[in-house]
Design a protein around this ligand. Structure first.
Ligand SMILES: [Zn+2]
Length: 47
């Protein structure tokens, strides 16, 4: 069996800081489609 290598360009979930809307996309959406607030990558831990 072959191991599946993680892809860096796969879709990732992004979460709105303000309303919590989740958007799954390959590229980072700059603003929330619902409220235009900033989005963050849920896979990136916050400091
Ligand atoms: Zn929002």
């Amino acid at each position: 069996m072959n191991d599946v290598e993680p892809k860096t360009d796969e879709e990732s979930p992004y979460e709105c800081f303000k309303c919590g809307t989740i958007v799954v996309a390959e590229t980072h959406p700059m603003t929330c489609p619902d409220c235009n607030a900033s989005m963050r990558n849920r896979r990136t831990p916050l400091e």
